[in-house]
Ligand binder design. Structure first.
Ligand code: PDD
Length: 282
C-alpha cells in the first residue's frame, strides 16, 4: 500500500493539501532524499540522513525532527506500506509563510511517500543505456540536494526527447554528473569518476561503488575528465538510488567500448546486487 506522511502524521495517500504559501511549492525552498528499501530494509540510511543534515545546514534550514526520529518515521512508513522493494521519498520544505523572499521564522515541514520501486527495465542492464552530453546550466551548489530541480528535469526531458535515457552534464569542458545520477568510466581496467566537489551531488550509490571497487582491488581515479575522453573510454556507467549501477552503451550515438556493458561494470553491478541482496537475509 502506498504511504504518505505529512508534517507530523500518516495521512490518506494523495490527500494532503500543501498550503499555497508553502515555500517548497512557491520558491523550491527545500531539500530532499530518495532512499531505496530492499525487502523492507532501507539501504545506507545513515549516509542519506547525514547528507540531508549537510543540505539543511547549507541552506540554514532547521530540520523538523532529529535524525533518529526521521529514521523511525522511515521505518514505520516502510512497515505500514508492506512494500518490500520500495522507494522512500521525503522532502523538507522551509515551511509556509506569506510570500517574501527572506527566510521567515516558521517551522519546516516534512513530507514523505513510500511507493513501489520501479527500476529501469531489465534490458537496460543487459544492453546498456544511451546518454547525451548537455551543458551543465545548474548553480554552483550541486552538493545540496535541493528540490529545485528545473535544470535537471529540463535536461532529462531533452535527453528523452532525443531518444536517450540520461543527460550527462558538462561544465567548463569537464563531465560533472548525470541529470539524476553520477557518472563513472573504465579505461585500462581502472575506474574513473569526477571528484566530490560542490559541482556534483555526493551520491550514496557512488559511495557504495567506490567502496566496492576498493574491496575488489579496482584502481580508482577521482579526477575530472573531458567529455571526449569519456566517449573514448572502454566502459561507462551511471549510478543512483533508483538505477543502481546502470551501464552506458552509447553517448550521442557513439558506442562506448564495444557498445555493450563491459566486464568491470558487470562485476560492480553484481557486487552491488550482492550487497543489497545481503540486506534481505539479515
Ligand atoms: N537522484 N546526482 C544527481 C543530480 C541526482 O539527482 C542523484 C540522485 C544522484 C545519485 O545520488 P544517489 O546515489 O544518492 O541516489 C547524483 C535521485 C535518485 C532523484 O532525484 O530521484
Amino acid at each position: 500500500m502506498n504511504i504518505d506522511f505529512y508534517i507530523d502524521r500518516f495521512v490518506e495517500p494523495g490527500r494532503p493539501m500543501v498550503p499555497i504559501e508553502d515555500r517548497g511549492y512557491q520558491f523550491g525552498d527545500g531539500i530532499y532524499e530518495v532512499i531505496r528499501a530492499y525487502d523492507g530494509v532501507p539501504f545506507m540510511v545513515e549516509e542519506h540522513l547525514f547528507r540531508l543534515e549537510r543540505s539543511a545546514a547549507a541552506i540554514h534550514l532547521q530540520l523538523p525532527f532529529p535524525r533518529e526520529r526521521i529514521s523511525e518515521i522511515i521505518d514505520e512508513a516502510l512497515t505500514r506500506s508492506g512494500i518490500p522493494n520500495a522507494i522512500v521519498y521525503f522532502q523538507i520544505s522551509r515551511g509556509s509563510a506569506p510570500r517574501k523572499h527572506q527566510f521567515p521564522k516558521v517551522d519546516s515541514v516534512m513530507a514523505l511517500t513510500v511507493r513501489p520501486a520501479s527500476p529501469p527495465p531489465r534490458e537496460k542492464y543487459s544492453e546498456g543505456i544511451s546518454a547525451t552530453l548537455l551543458t551543465d546550466e545548474r548553480w554552483a551548489n550541486c552538493y545540496i540536494k535541493s528540490i529545485n530541480l528545473l535544470p535537471n528535469i529540463i535536461a532529462k526531458d531533452r535527453a528523452v526527447a532525443g531518444g536517450h535515457d540520461e543527460a550527462i552534464f558538462v561544465r567548463d569542458g569537464h563531465v560533472t554528473e548525470g541529470s539524476s545520477s553520477n557518472v563513472f568510466a573504465v579505461k585500462g581496467g581502472a575506474l574513473h569518476t569526477p571528484p566530490v566537489t560542490h559541482w556534483i551531488l555526493n551520491g550514496i550509490t557512488r559511495m557504495a561503488v567506490v567502496k566496492l571497487a576498493g574491496d575488489m582491488d579496482i584502481r580508482l581515479h577521482e579526477e575530472d575528465f573531458r567529455p571526449e575522453w569519456l566517449v573514448s573510454a572502454d566502459e561507462a556507467f551511471i549510478t543512483s538510488t533508483t538505477a543502481e549501477v546502470l551501464p552506458i552503451r552509447a553517448i550521442d550515438d557513439k558506442p562506448i567500448g564495444e557498445g555493450r556493458p563491459g566486464p568491470v561494470t558487470k562485476k560492480l553491478l553484481a557486487a552491488f546486487r550482492d550487497q543489497t541482496g545481503s540486506l534481505i537475509s539479515k
